[in-house]
Design a protein around this ligand. Sequence first.
Ligand code: FE2
Length: 356
Amino acid sequence: MHTILSEEYLNEYYTDGYINTDIRLTDHLVQEMRLHYNSLEEMRNDYPQYFTKNEHQAYLGGKLTGILYNFIPGYAAKKLKKMYSDAYCKAVHAEQIFIEKIFEQLLEKNFHKFFKTKYIVASYDIYLNNDYKHLSFTDIHSDIPNFHHFYETENDLTIYLPLVDLTEENGGRLSILPEAKSNLKIPGNVLLKLYEEAFLGNKNNLDENGYIVPEKINENDYKAFTKNKTYWELLENYNINTELVAKYYMNDFVKHDWKAGNIVLFNNKTFHAAETWRNQQYNREIYMIRLLPIYDAKVRLKGIIHGKPFNRFLIDTEKGEFLRFDEPVDFSRIPEEDKLKLSGCYQPSVAARANV
Ligand SMILES: [Fe+2]
């Protein structure tokens, strides 16, 4: 994170687990967002879309779900659907109509000062709504990367924007385990290295600049990848770390009150959980934008998630500019010196590359 956040704010992130930017969106925009999302179909829940042919995520739902998924996919899919509709009244992914408006206000208030890295991708957004009967995600977890996003790192940052007040009285606050309290964190960048190792050796997977194009990888190669030993070790590592945190660090999570419209930055790859919503008069409403730092991995961003274009916005943190593209942000056009190093010493062997 020290290469991504400005030094001035690094300590706050490290100690508290998040950065309170002290930037607040206008009430007008917050209300406009609420009106829009409340007008969308009731009970819409986009989460189960992540589980189509996604052994990876199913495994993370617990070993039993993973086994079920492999042997009785229809039953497991139903189970997962129920799990998410029990958690939220509404979960809308990649709507993206407010991202530009939000950044207009953010950059005007110098939001780019929080970053050291020159570029950051505003990947997609998420809206979550739950009443006191829907518990949201109260279990501790870390949001691990999956094939739908394909490109995620251990240092992704999330703009966390409550659309209603999150307080002791209302509940619904975010609990975070700060890195200062525990170094247990999922080594998400390993996955990008594994992608390079598995897919870079096959020319059919590459674009004209030598970048892996996720959409070009065929089904069989994906399947072979999900059986890869290191990949499974990474998933196992996730489970072990989650168990360790649940056992030894539950008292180290921090929770804070945040007002509606208050912009917070947090890393969804650290361990976190949502507090139960207690207010019976109205629902908890949360909005998030996933921000991706750019690494020198030869991996191209995916262009479609849940049938919608995404990964099309780039923030120039030096100039404080919001750039919009018709295609996913093209990493081959970003100068190498403006990218973060995935690893200083990583050299996948030719043999390993060929061995998909
Ligand atoms: Fe999460």
